[in-house]
Write a protein that binds this ligand. Structure first.
Ligand SMILES: [Zn+2]
Length: 64
């Protein structure tokens, strides 16, 4: 990641921490670091990251 900005949970005012999280998309699962609030468990997913990952998965599916 290029930027090192801190994301704060809007509910708890706590700094979100990166956590390995599993996702399933189009029947494909993958694991990535996601910022998560240590208090309420709220996750923050940057839209660009989602798009990048989803595009990767879609490409993998097309290869079949
Ligand atoms: Zn929170």
């Amino acid at each position: 990641m290029a930027e090192n900005k801190v994301i704060i949970c809007c509910q708890c005012q706590k700094e979100l921490e990166p956590k390995k999280t599993y996702f399933t998309y189009l029947g494909h699962s993958f694991c990535t670091d996601i910022l998560k609030c240590p208090q309420c468990g709220e996750i923050y997913i940057p839209e660009e990251m989602v798009k990048g990952r989803m595009a990767e998965v879609e490409m993998q599916l097309e290869d079949k």
